[in-house]
Ligand binder design. Structure first.
Ligand code: SF4
Ligand code: SF4
Length: 165
């Protein structure tokens, strides 16, 4: 976890780490009982959180996890960087346990000192869509969302609010 996070954000992440099992149990229960309502709640709380969340002062996702790179993402980025696809893959990527391409190292090599992204217009789709809590069917990616409560302070607060309500 990065030390540039605010104390509120650090607290949200450490609380989420402790409550991981509880989140999973309660979200599974809510998913069975009232999925539509919970999905809507995720989307509403997402909009609310990101009205005030300043991602440029956080960048914890770019610093600690990797997006998945689909072939189309790799091709676009390699072309932008004027690199051969093979060289790009060899330099930056590895295959994970699900056979998806992810970054070899973190923080992301394309993250600038000021937390901006040096390849912003060419970044992978997974970066564009992160943290996915505004998806129509968030409950379809529940495990990923629970993992993200330990990466993204906004997701940690969204899940905590859903559990409490
Ligand atoms: S490509 Fe850009 S947005 Fe995606 S993880 Fe790297 S720095 Fe972050
Ligand atoms: S998406 Fe979440 S983890 Fe990433 S910069 Fe924004 S608040 Fe931080």
């Amino acid at each position: 976890m990065n030390s540039s996070l605010s104390s509120q954000d650090r607290n949200s992440l450490s609380q989420a780490k402790k409550k991981r099992k509880e989140y999973r149990k309660k979200l599974l229960h809510l998913k069975k009982k009232r999925p539509k309502q919970i999905n809507d709640q995720f989307n509403t709380l997402h909009d609310h959180e990101f009205e005030t969340m300043d991602c440029l002062s956080c960048a914890n996702c770019c610093k600690t996890t990797s997006p998945i790179f689909r072939n189309v993402d790799i091709n676009r980025l390699a072309k932008h960087l004027r690199m051969k696809v093979g060289s790009f893959t060899e330099k930056y990527l590895k295959l994970d346990e699900d056979n998806d391409y992810v970054l070899k190292s973190s923080p992301c090599p394309f993250l600038n000192e000021d937390n901006t992204c040096s390849v912003y217009d060419f970044r992978p789709l997974a970066c564009r869509e992160y943290p996915h809590t505004d998806r129509k069917n968030v409950l379809q990616i529940m495990d990923l969302t629970i993992n993200n409560t330990e990466v993204c302070p906004a997701v940690a607060r969204i899940v905590e609010k859903i559990i409490q309500e």
